[in-house]
Design a protein around this ligand. Structure first.
Ligand code: SF4
Length: 236
């Protein structure tokens, strides 16, 4: 693959021509936060937290491919405030009670709220009512915590038929993740563990497994989110 050069906030970066921007940035030690993109996987473009400016336009960074001479603006007060507003919207849209969540300390949404120094969201809480879906033998779906990133929809499939086990129901603020009960009951332990791990929040829970890491030893107790990319050089 030919190498190209591009800039993020004036910093000279190199990447493979056409590489995904979020991944190319990470290779150059710039952490562009995202709640839906997964390295090497198809872009979902659902959370928009990776927002950058290219040619004066706000765009989801994970939807962009880098090219020679591209100039990307990422770390500005305006873009960081928009990112923070998106994170705040996710908190008010459903019911996120971090102290009682099994994923607390390992949750990407919570970790980004810390990174962006969120205290009280600027938006009114909606407090919608959702029931926990617990009919599948080995997992539960906690709709109250779901941010509709669609990672589970795209990346967890039935190995025999490649059919989706999780899917989206309804649109706008009525959107919900639903589970194919029959396919979900066929999921292997590895698949369940993968579903729990790729869910960026605590919406997919493995039955019988709760708070299995001590406070102080959870993933984001050790280092803030993005640390493995930028070594903690950027607080946002
Ligand atoms: S259940 Fe988790 S992975 Fe699936 S859409 Fe909701 S937040 Fe994303």
């Amino acid at each position: 693959m030919p190498k190209i050069t591009f800039k993020i906030d004036g910093k000279q970066c190199t990447a493979e021509d056409g590489q995904n921007l979020v991944e190319a940035a990470a290779d150059n030690h710039v952490y562009i936060p995202t709640l839906c993109h997964m390295k090497g996987e198809k872009c979902l473009g659902t959370c928009r937290v990776c927002m950058v400016k290219v040619n004066g336009k706000d765009m989801a960074g994970c939807t962009l491919s880098v090219s020679e001479g591209m100039e990307v603006t990422f770390d500005t007060p305006e873009l960081n405030d928009k990112r923070k507003a998106l994170i705040e919207m996710l908190f008010v849209e459903r019911n996120h009670f971090c102290p009682s969540c099994e994923k607390s300390g390992r949750c990407d949404l919570q970790a980004l709220a810390y990174r962006f120094k969120m205290h009280i969201p600027r938006f009114r809480y909606r407090y919608p009512f959702f029931e926990v879906y617990s009919k599948v033998d080995k997992l539960m779906l906690e709709h109250n915590r779901c941010i509709l990133c669609q990672r589970c929809v795209e990346f967890i499939r039935d190995p025999d038929t490649n059919r989706k086990i999780f899917s989206m129901r309804n649109r706008t603020n009525k959107s919900m993740i639903q589970v194919d009960y029959r396919l979900a009951n066929k999921m292997s332990e590895e698949q369940i563990d993968k579903a729990v791990a790729i869910c960026p929040v605590g919406a997919i829970i493995k039955k019988g497994q709760g708070f299995d890491e001590a406070y102080g030893q959870r993933k984001y107790d050790q280092h803030p989110i993005g640390y493995e990319v930028d070594g903690g050089t950027n607080s946002k």
